[in-house]
Structures are given as structure tokens and as C-alpha cells.
Design a protein around this ligand. Sequence first.
Ligand code: CTP
Length: 418
Amino acid sequence: MSTGRTIVVGITGGIAAYKAVNVVRAFVLLGDDVHVVATEAALRFVGKPTLEAISRNPVNTDLYEGVAQVRHVAIGQSADLIVIAPATANSIAKIALGLADDLLGNTILASTAPLVIAPAMHTEMWNNPATVANIATLRERGVTIVGPGNGRLTGSDSGPGRMEEPDTIVQAALAALDSRRAGSAVPQDLAGRRVLISAGGTREPLDPVRFLGNRSSGRQGVALAEAALARGAAVTLVAAHLEVPVPTGIGVHAVSSTLDLQQAMREAAASADIVIMAAAVADYRPAAVQADKIKKDVAGDRLSLELVRNPDVLAGLALARQPGQLIVGFAAETEPDDLLRRELGRTKIQRKGCDLLVLNRVGWTQGFATEGNEIAVLNSAGDIVMEASGTKLSVAHRILDSIVGTMATGLHEVAPAS
Ligand code: CTP
């Protein structure tokens, strides 16, 4: 069935161009009318007949073909969405400058449709200040940047620069289209950012049937994931025993113990722009996990458990942070006095080495499994930068406002790692 949408897929000259075929295919399967605009260089990496067969439309490359139909502007004007995959460092520079020396440049300039860019290049090129500045310019203009991922590159090297997977690109593109249609009621200030969130409560096994756990339901972490998704982010949720459903569009890694959570967070943090540790993590775990169920007739009337300290996941992530990555911790305190609680928060953020700390009060009837929350956000100096109360979703948006504000200042980039 046709969606009635016209999607332009721009392909530039990088080895990842072969993967762009799957981006084209995904839109065609959705029922979109897909028009490929490939640069000359792109066609050295992927064949025109392949792209024409998959897109079911002629592939456009030459600025001087179809001049009678004023094609250099017609393609851009007809587009509901433009997706550039892969976008090389060179093409990103050209788009940032507004150059129109080929058909793709003209198409982009002539269009008012949402523009989604999936960069692909070697890590050095991605980290080059010129590329960093060009990407910042494009983000400011509301362009959605998807990826790049962190992984194996064309040579034997690996790192950030790998083109994001086609499915992820298509999902981000559809989200950009949706938010444009919705009149961007929610700001798209996390468009193209990768946000990693832990949520829920860990369980430390004692034997095959028992564990030590905590009362976290995961509601605040899931609300953060939902809010970040709505603001255009690609969201990964490391989920420890959630009691609430996760909205579609969020990548979920289910974990159980603190050590599982630590491993999942470490791996995913390698390619995240923002890391939020909302999970309630057990500070101790049983020194030994019994292979069989603990029996009363063996244990007797009193049973002592020996516990050992778990690693501090948040402090470890802060120490190993990627350049420019922003790390947010949570602190649930039972201290009823506001000032004393803030003092605890101030000490905690300094101990953890994170950029922001969300402080909330918990108790027998407060904080857990409830719909609302009341929080204060502290910066790395321990000063309160924001206070909010309301539903967990509205609080999540306020927390994201603080995160976006901190990223805009760039201050976290010069913050000491510990
Ligand atoms: N956290 C963590 N690893 C742990 C314990 C906590 O990553 N082993 C994280 C939590 O996810 C939260 C922050 O650290 O983001 C603060 O958690 P909290 O339990 O308030 O602090 P603790 O370091 O455990 O300090 P204490 O319980 O002694 O107050």
C-alpha cells in the first residue's frame, strides 16, 4: 500500500553506500515512493542498476539531465523527507556550507523537508574539528544526525564513524517526519543524540529461587527514555526488572544483577552521547550464590548472609567517559531535611564524578512505584540548577532540559573525569 510520501535517499561516496540499498529497500517496503540521488562517487561503490531495481525509480546523478523539467529543484521540492546515507565528511561539509555543485546539493537546498543525515567515515575524520563544527551547524539548523555507530570500520581499525544500521536510520527518519507533522510540539533538541539510560532495580541472586532486590519500579527511567525518544534521541534502555511497559522505538537490554548491568552499560556507553543512571543498583551482593535452594533444616534458626561490595557502575562510567559525553546520576535519599539532603547530594556528585545528579527523596511511601516525583538537579559543583515536581514524564522532560542546557554550555567537556 502506498503511503503517499516521497522520500529522497541521497547517497554519497563512501564504502557504506552498499548498505544504503537496505535503507532504500526499507522505505519501498513501507510503501514510500523512493527517489535516489547518488553522487558520482557513490556510484563507484554501488551500482546504478541495483539502486534502480530496489527503488523502482530512475536514479538521479547528473545536474544537467532533465533540465527541461527543472530537475535540480523539482526533486527537492517534491520530497517529504530527505535521508543522506552514507554522508561522508566531504558531503557534510558541503551541506553545512550550502554548496550546490551537484544534483544532491541542489536537491537539499531546494527542499524544506526534514533532513536526516547518517555520517560514515573514519574516526579521525569524525573527530576532526572541521567535521565537529559542521555537524554542530547542521544540528543547530534542525538536521537530524543519526549515528555514527562505534564499531569495525573499513580497514582493520574500529571506533566511532561506522554508518548506523539501516533500520535505525529509517526509524530516526520516520521520527523526524512524525515530529514535523506534529508541528514539533516537543522540541527536537535531542535529534540524532544517542541516549543510554539504566532503569529499574537490580537483583542479586542468593540461590536459584531467591534474590536481594529493591523497590524501584523503573517508572522514572522509562519516563526519561520516553521523553528522550520524543525529543528525537536514539534511546537504549538497560532494563533491570521493570514493572512498567517500555514504549516502542526504544532499544531494550534486559539485565538482572549489578554485574550484568555494569557490563551492558559499559558496552553501550562506548557510543552514547548521554548516559543516565536512573537504576537503583545494589551496593552489595551475596559473597557466594548457592547452587541449590537454601534449606531451613541445614541453615537452622538463624541465617547470616555474607555480602561483598558491588562495583560503583556510575563512577566507573564517569572515569571511562568518551570525549564530550555527558553523564547523569540519580541519588535517592531518605534524609527528610532539604538542606541536609542537598548536602548529601553535593558530596555524592563529587564522589561519583558525574556532570549532573538528580536528587530525590524516597521513603516508605515516597518515590517508588508512584506516578509523581519531586526532584532537584545538581551540577558538578553541587549547586542546584533546577527543581521540578509533577508526573514522572513531566519531571523527565525537565531533567532533559537541564541536560540539553549543560550540553549547550559545553562545560561538561572540560569537567575533570573524577
Ligand atoms: N550506582 C551505581 N552503582 C552502585 C550504586 C549506585 O552506579 N553500585 C548509581 C545509581 O544508579 C545512581 C547513583 O549511583 O545513579 C547513586 O546511587 P545511590 O544508591 O543514591 O548512591 P550510593 O553510591 O549507593 O551511595 P549510598 O547508598 O551510600 O548513599
